[in-house]
Write a protein that binds this ligand. Structure first.
Ligand SMILES: Nc1ncnc2c1ncn2[C@@H]1O[C@H](COP(=O)(O)OP(=O)(O)OP(=O)(O)O)[C@@H](O)[C@H]1O
Length: 467
């Protein structure tokens, strides 16, 4: 490299050029690339700090080189796409917002040489950005990358497809991800598809819906004869439902501050484009009938399961459906008799703890952090820690105390507040025997057969694109 950036620390700069921004041909910019940053400095006589833009390559989803269709233009162009965390004017929350940097390279007479130079820049940005994304035991999806995107158009408020088109599609193109869109038409449509599909066509299966569609996909994969291989297909999640618990968990693991709604969608889209794949725990749930199913999120009996199912009718309120459902259920609080046993995560293999038969308000087993977008039920959970966070609340808790518990869960502080009726244990397996004749049990928010069951964690059985 013969020219050096006069603005960035020249020791760190690995590529330097002076180009015209494609949206303002009257200006020249010094563009410097370090291992971690993309730095743009307007070349003016004004003090150097005034017009400097520094973007982290960790926030970059892609970079491409191209020529304009107008063959009379000999220039090559490169465009880099960033989604840094920024504060919105109307909100103090940090959320990812799109920044595009596009430059025109026309130093040479030969259009091919200009394009080659632009390609050199695009490659350099992509390679450094990939190195910056890597962390922990995550494995980056190879590029170019092909994804199957399963969208449930009925999920949430019925806007999943419109949200995909407005918020995610462009980002995928910028990241060099090609996708096949599959719009589900009915229950079990996605399950049947993944059960019979040639999975080698895709590098990842992505679900844009609530958690129910992912539950179908995971169980479909595990019903295949080649399930051991099939369940290793990287999965991705984009929030399109009203609960979006796994999407909120994946965002939480990226250590970003909480976001909701479309900001959560953009964050999950960004993580999807980044394409870092991690192992994810699954839990098998067995019933006396012989039925076995797999769960990635939660197992609930009592209050939480009742709210989940009964709040279906408030679906048009979006995420607020759970708040409304909680208040309605609190007004007529039920208790359920049952027996519970569990195997502590840290104990010897057969040392089951037996909880005395009694009346419960709820039993909730969580294996990811969030129960809904705004309910941080297991703050120290991670994608594959091999731990089931078992919570139960015994009868006798007042309505006010139960409400306080769920309010504290919004911030994940419910375990810090003393409550004699709440028990939390980290376990590997559990047995539940409901003794009340009627009740609801849900797995990942879906209703399953009511009766005794046994659940057991399978550490890192699936793989998930995560933060
Ligand atoms: N086109 C469709 N019409 C009706 N139901 C569908 C369709 N596609 C999928 N389903 C089913 O809808 C159910 C609910 O899906 P999902 O949980 O993903 O969305 P949601 O209920 O809106 O989200 P949340 O659980 O966050 O409220 C799943 O069992 C799924 O099989």
């Amino acid at each position: 490299m013969d020219r050096r950036s006069p603005y960035a620390d020249s020791k760190e700069v690995t590529l330097y050029g002076e180009f015209t921004p494609s949206n303002n041909l009257k200006v020249r910019c010094a563009v410097s690339l370090t291992e971690r940053e993309f730095i743009v400095q307007r070349l003016t006589s004004a003090p150097a700090r005034s017009s400097k833009v520094v973007l982290s390559l960790r926030d970059c989803v892609g970079c491409r080189a191209y020529r304009k269709e107008d063959k009379a233009d000999p220039a090559g162009y490169f465009a880099a796409y960033f989604y840094p965390l920024k504060r919105r004017r109307v909100s103090s929350r940090l959320s990812r917002q799109r920044v595009e940097q596009c430059f025109r390279l026309s130093a040479l007479q030969d259009p091919h040489a200009n394009l080659e130079e632009a390609e050199k820049w695009a490659r350099a940005v992509r390679e450094r950005s990939a190195r910056q994304q890597q962390h922990g035991d995550g494995v980056l999806l190879s590029r170019p990358c092909r994804m199957l995107l399963l969208v449930n158009p009925q999920s949430g408020k019925g806007q999943a497809l419109a949200l995909f088109n407005s918020q995610v599609k462009q980002m995928l193109n910028e990241a060099g991800v090609t996708h096949t869109l599959f719009i589900t038409e009915r229950q079990n449509h996605a399950r049947e598809l993944v059960k019979g599909a040639d999975l080698s066509q895709w590098d990842a299966l992505v679900i844009m819906s609530g958690d129910g569609l992912l539950y179908e996909v995971i169980n479909g994969l595990l019903e295949r004869s080649d399930w051991e291989e099939a369940i290793r297909t990287p999965l991705g999640i984009l929030p399109g439902g009203s609960g979006n618990a796994l999407a909120a968990s994946v965002h939480y693991y990226s250590r970003a501050s909480p976001v909701f709604g479309e900001d959560l969608l953009v964050s999950c889209g960004f993580l999807l484009c980044r394409g870092l794949v991690f192992p994810m725990d699954l839990v098998s749930v067995r019933f006396p009938s012989g039925q076995r199913l797999f769960s990635f999120l939660s197992l609930a009996w009592g209050f939480v399961a009742d709210v989940d199912v009964e709040s279906e009718k408030y679906r048009h309120f979006g995420a607020a459906r759970f708040t409304i459902g909680t208040l309605v259920r609190l007004a007529c609080l039920h208790v359920y008799r049952g027996k519970l046993e569990y195997l502590p995560a840290a104990g010897p293999p057969d040392d089951w703890v037996v909880v005395q038969e009694q009346d419960f308000v709820l039993m909730l087993a969580m294996y990811q952090s969030h129960l809904a977008e705004d309910l941080l039920a297991a703050p120290d959970s991670s994608l594959s820690d091999g731990v089931i966070h078992l919570f139960y609340v015994t009868a006798g808790i007042s309505r006010a105390a139960l409400l306080r518990l769920f309010r504290a869960m919004e911030k994940g502080t419910h375990l810090a507040a003393p409550c004699q009726h709440l028990v939390h244990a980290k376990v590997r397996a559990l047995r539940l025997e409901p003794l009340s004749p009627k009740g609801i049990i849900t797995v990942d928010g879906e209703v399953v057969e009511y009766g005794p069951l046994q659940a057991e964690v399978h550490p890192g059985l699936a793989r998930m694109i995560s933060g």
